[in-house]
Write a protein that binds this ligand. Structure first.
Ligand code: SF4
Length: 241
């Protein structure tokens, strides 16, 4: 009896009309999704080529939702995954600059990856990460004192778990994370997750030892919202990273 009623329903004009409406809605949704993905991909490609952000606040949330399709269209338009990731990091940074600048420097922290150190680094591991003794073998020895003097808390961390621990311990309101592209991407994701204003600064080289970074870029970002630009001591040795 029940089976007969069910069959009768699926054979009824009501069901046929409902199925037609659902099918049309699905079609509209797919067309909208495809058109919007293509438009977003075009906007991303133009932004990358012109080195200028167009509608970053619109792009970022929609990219998160439509990531898979937009990535494929970008790839078809000649933008590879690395370029795209760099672009997204730039968008995230741009969107966070204003809040970062408003955060008092005492509430800001900077996390450095340990790979920036010299392979002969004499720093010891402490509960707050590796303690630089400014031995002069790498740029951190000049960057960290300048940043600390400006009011920052700085950490050289042996792994990302340290970030969570230090955030819990010191309760900062904003952070700068230095790292390779993947580390910066994950750091920005973590920042979003814990609602912390996060800026990512990418290292210039990848790898596990003696990587390099643009310290001038870091000083520029770290100086956002401060009365004075943070300046590192000049490098006494030529060729120091
Ligand atoms: S300057 Fe570089 S190598 Fe020297 S102690 Fe500091 S982090 Fe280590």
């Amino acid at each position: 009896m029940a089976a007969t009623l069910t069959l009768a329903f699926f054979d009824s004009p009501v069901w046929n009309n409902l199925a037609l409406i659902l099918g049309q809605l699905l079609l509209v949704f797919i067309v909208f999704w495809m058109v919007f993905s293509i438009l977003m991909a075009i906007l991303i490609v133009i932004s990358i080529h012109k080195k200028q952000m167009y509608f970053p606040r619109l792009l970022r949330p929609f990219f998160t939702i439509m990531e898979g399709t937009v990535k494929i269209v970008c790839l078809l338009l000649g933008v590879d995954g690395k370029e795209l990731m760099e672009f997204l990091i730039r968008i995230d940074n741009e969107m966070n600059f204003s809040n970062f600048a408003k955060t008092p420097v005492e509430k800001r922290v900077i996390f450095f990856p340990q790979c920036l150190r010299s392979r002969d680094c004499p720093a010891h591991l402490t509960p707050d990460g590796l303690k630089c003794v400014s031995c002069g073998r790498c740029g951190l020895g000049r960057a960290i004192p300048a940043l600390n003097a400006a009011g920052y808390k700085t950490f050289i961390i042996p792994g990302s778990t340290f970030i969570k621990r230090m955030v819990k311990k010191y309760q900062p309101k904003a952070m700068i994370g230095v790292g390779c592209m993947m580390e910066v991407k994950e750091g920005l994701q973590m920042g979003r997750k814990i609602s912390m204003t996060t800026i990512g600064v990418m290292t210039k080289t990848d790898g596990c030892v003696e990587t390099t970074m643009d310290y001038e870029e870091l000083m520029e970002v770290a100086s956002l919202g401060l009365a004075e630009q943070i300046v590192m001591e000049p490098d006494p040795r030529s060729g120091t990273r």
